[in-house]
Ligand binder design. Structure first.
Ligand code: GRF
Length: 296
């Protein structure tokens, strides 16, 4: 294990996994301060809430997990975690949807896409879903009365016993009814490092144009929980992508999209393996597969 120092404070990196795992950020914690984390461990028929105490000290080697040890989630254990039912929302080409679908089929993600929701029944994502035999729901209701109401959408998604909802380029606001019916269960991917370049009006190329115009040297995707405001829910994962001096918005978008596909798959894999825990202050953390006492 090797200790590093950065703008994020001190953290530890385990060599081996492709994506580094970090011990908790503890730049602002005093020596020996104890932090209480709640972890939701759910198994096929029950959900147990376990409290885990992490002792945070000034050196990496002194970070201990007192209850959960390393390598708890081996493949044999994963087999006992129920496979999750997923719903995906798209409005466009659906490259993230296609990449997530592939990951469910090849076993990288321990779940299956049961239903696709779209406001554009002719979009690339909807065509792909139909080709794969995935039911397509039209939402929201439009003038000719096609499309579901918010209440019907909630009922339809419940009828597929959906555990998690994944927004992948869905451009309409998610109704409050759905957010309340699926607390801490809806994720969105946004093509900038939130909270920068997010919120109403920041979508598609507008995001990348604004990033380039600002002079920011880094951009990248953010995956966050969805609440009632655009792009403001708790951040779950980010990936950094450089902004090059001569980048066009299209070039930057392509570079970010490439990382989006990788990041979304990893995050949804963690979600389906029940490796998300919630820090006391409400920030979600991803437990590293290789060592559940370390976080991404
Ligand atoms: C992605 O850039 C995503 O971050 C944003 O919408 C775009 C969707 O692209 N929310 P695709 O339809 O998945 O190709």
């Amino acid at each position: 294990m090797e200790a590093h120092s950065s703008i994020f404070g001190n953290y530890s990196t385990i060599h081996g996994p492709k994506t580094p795992c970090y011990a908790l950020k503890f730049a602002s914690f005093s020596s020996s301060k104890q932090v209480l984390l709640r972890t939701h461990l759910s198994f096929p028929s029950n959900i147990a809430i376990t409290e885990k105490r992490l002792r945070i000290r000034a050196s990496v080697e002194e970070v201990h997990s007192e209850i959960v040890g390393p390598n708890v989630l081996e493949d044999s254990v994963r087999a006992k975690v129920r496979r999750k039912n997923l719903a995906v929302f798209v409005s466009g080409g659906g490259s993230n949807f296609k990449s997530l679908h592939e990951a469910t089929v090849n076993g990288f993600i321990h779940g299956d896409i049961f239903v696709l929701v779209t406001n554009k029944p002719d979009c690339g994502g909807a065509h792909f879903a139909r080709d794969k035999g995935i039911p397509v729901i039209f939402f929201p209701k439009v003038k000719d009365d096609s499309g579901l109401s918010s209440k019907d959408l909630v009922n339809a998604i419940r009828s597929y016993k959906v555990d998690f909802i994944l927004l992948a380029g869905y451009l309409k606001l998610i109704p409050t009814e759905l957010i309340r019916a699926f607390p801490r269960s809806i994720l969105n991917i946004h093509p900038s490092l939130l909270p920068a370049f997010g919120g109403k009006g920041y979508y598609s190329m507008k995001v990348h144009k604004a990033v380039i115009a600002s002079g920011a040297r880094y951009s990248g995707p953010t995956i966050h929980y969805v609440d009632e405001e655009y792009d403001r829910g708790r951040i779950l994962a980010q990936r950094i992508v450089p902004v090059l001096p001569n980048d066009t918005a299209e070039e930057l978008a392509a570079r970010v999209l490439h990382e989006e596909h990788k990041l979304y798959k990893e995050v949804v894999a963690a979600l389906c393996e029940e490796r998300i825990i919630w820090r006391e202050d409400g920030v979600p953390l991803i437990q590293c597969k290789e060592n559940l006492s370390l976080y991404k």
